[in-house]
Write a protein that binds this ligand. Sequence first.
Ligand code: SF4
Length: 233
Amino acid sequence: MNEISSCSSCCGLNNLKLTKAQKDHWLIENTTKFLKTDVGQAQNIVEFRKQGEDFLYDYIINHDTYVCPFIGYVATNPARTGCMLHPLAGIHKQVSQWEHPQNFSFYGESICQTFDCYSKENNLLENVKIDNLDSIIYGQITANQNLIRLIGIMCEQQRSQKSKLFEIIIEFLENNQSSITGFEGFIDWTKQDVNLWHAVGTLLSQEEVDYNPFNITKAGIEIGDKLRELSNK
Ligand code: SF4
């Protein structure tokens, strides 16, 4: 969260029961609304946050993890999601009138600018270098540290090609949504006796997943089998 634009999962973007197209629609509307708001007035920012929280409430998957209404598109061409209150985002000129604009948010500036998810802290993002990857899909993969490490294991054990695996997963995420916040627990794959494809399916499902202990879900088996079939084509 400490960059001008990010994958936005830790801000809650992928904790929403929305498809990629629906997220895109909400992001466009939310950005437009923010740009039209007179954010020079504190009460308008407070009201923007309240209305956003009320609107998002019914779409939240895991209510233990907050979804911030200040997520929007902070760059175009390519479109990138990020924090509209970030002091350097610069999408709304009035934001710079405030010394600490992110303090209008639930987390506040000190958390917004210092939190790094496991993937970022451990340089796992290096493993997800894919050209022209859509920002919304990118976030669902990069924040999923367990998925990235699992893909690495599949490449070693099953000699699967990383590019092919990512291709299948990206195609899946074009039409299906995966629930991810970046706060999920660490799964030690060396201690798991599970079908790896079913594990991938479970991590890509839109359900809340148990991480400790990690359990394969019914949806995970269905998704995993479908993806394995695609990998053999
Ligand atoms: S205010 Fe904080 S939590 Fe909200 S979008 Fe910005 S960085 Fe994320």
